[in-house]
Design a protein around this ligand. Sequence first.
Ligand code: 5GP
Ligand code: MN
Length: 356
Amino acid sequence: MDNKIFDNKDIRKLRGLIEGAQNIVLTCHVRPDGDAVGCTLGLSHLLSSLGKHTAVVTPDMPPRSLNFLPGMKDLVPATKYPDYATKLIDGADLIFCCDFNTPSRQDALAPAITGSKAKKVMVDHHEGPDSFCDLTFSFPEMSSASELAFRLIAALGLYGEMDRDAATCICTGIITDTRNFSVNCSNPETYEILMRLLEKGVDKPTIVRQALELVSYDSLRLQAYALNDKLEVFPQHHAAVITITLDEQKRFGYERGDSEGLVNIPLKIRGVVYSFFLREEEGMVKVSARSVDGFPVNRICSKYFSGGGHIMAAGGEYREGEQEGRLKRCYDRLLAAMKEFDPEVKKLSPEKITRT
Ligand code: 5GP
Ligand code: MN
């Protein structure tokens, strides 16, 4: 594995920060996904095996699909335990910021983290990191923040200290961000890392089933309804859109994570290059986007939906105006953006749009 991707000086600095710290907080972005939780929990297991006191503080609740991860019961969602989260952050002498590149991705938790006197280390794979950390490891070419965490552990010479729990969390991050090694995993080294994780006793079939497959009956029915009644395909734009209202979510007893993965399904359709999912919430519409063949959905999300992300997996929010009619306004904005981005679709070679 190529350890030269890191500057020796940065690894020395990281080692020094870890050696000098006793209370370490690990944190991530809002609506934490498998990579955010896998990376923070994975590093937390590793650091506690070095004798550090660690705590994972997330801005809000993780989805139920991650409950199987070792250490999940000790995780501190700041929306649920605000005082405890503040106490942990105030008492920290080192903070790892995992799977996000700007404080705004932490919503209400941002001031506590940026305002903390603790040294901060970013472990992330999004383009264009803000400079709010003392040490920034930002590698957009990596599959996941969890892959980066593994490489950092290896570069520190701590692979031997990694136990099965740490490996399980890190492997879950890689598996969720690559959709079980189907996207963002063209680097052969990612498979070498998988091998090293399997050598630690990781149970990959269980991770795949728990993190990517299992859903509730209600969630499956919501997804079936969305595909049957709410999916629109725009062949002229090579795009697909699904919208879900608050009422529809109520009808299917929506819980956080219930629509996870839905945005990917329209990409199965021949000719569809990108897919958007717009979910109404109180106060905003949550935007989720996926694409194939390098179509830059992150540009649509950053230009029109105050968001961003990766080229083929991005998201954002739409908060304009009053609740009434917001979903429709968000949808109309997306249709305008789709027209604007037609030339980007045309840039893809016709053979690439193999699905037509
Ligand atoms: P998802 O569709 O799973 O919510 O998000 C996919 C990816 O898009 C995330 O990993 C993250 O990189 C990015 N993303 C999602 N929502 C937002 C957002 O509100 N703001 C920004 N900047 N990125 C987002
Ligand atoms: Mn990630």
